[in-house]
Design a protein around this ligand. Sequence first.
Ligand SMILES: [Zn+2]
Length: 259
Amino acid sequence: MGAPSCAAILRAHPGAPSGTYLIDDQYAPLSDKILAAIKAITPDPVRFVVNTHWHGDHTGGNENMGKAGALLVAHENVRRRMSSEQFIALFGNKIPASPEDALPVVTFTDAITFHWNGDEIRVYHVPSAHTDTDSIVHFVKADVVHAGDVFFNGSYPFIDTSSGGRIDGVIEAAERVLAGTGPATRFIPGHGKVGSRADLQAYRDMLKTVRDRVAKLKAEGKSRDEAIAAKPTADLDPKWAGAFVKGDVFTGIAFDSLK
Ligand SMILES: [Zn+2]
């Protein structure tokens, strides 16, 4: 949720079982634009859509893509959360249950691998990070990772504590992604520009710094308001504060998720 997210496309590969493989599909009104962009790359229809998590800016086009013939795939918690009304505390809004046609058709608990377009595409769940529905998508041969909203490149992330997200989970997920990739890997974030290993490392380091500072305030007995008033992110804000998730908002998120 927040700023528009990436919809990533992998084009077909000659000689292998192939077709367009789409990660996340934005809001429903953008489906025609996304399909037109795909058509400019390949005549192949969308065969799979993988949702990195349940938020509407990543799953809003599911119904349209499913009706266009794509198989919808996601962690089982994506289907669970999309199946009933949700509440996101930070935005104060209720999200109604999605129609049956928008729900993932294939779900998994830990991981699923696609042998597709000449690549090995490993999709694995990372527990309680941006939400409790997150998956990382690793194109092993292409050496590309789509990290969904676990990775906001260059800004503080929104962490949806109402959906089971935790700052420690985001740090653990970033560590796992870094451990499973190399120096040349490209990292597609849920929000922001495509990043390098250094970008993801800097993001992980920032998260750890904020986590440690907020945890210290909490251990000293500070309330949420007192922790925010202490401005523990002041020196980081010029580099990391985003349009919506500013230092005080992120301090609050970190505080809420450190229980
Ligand atoms: Zn999100």
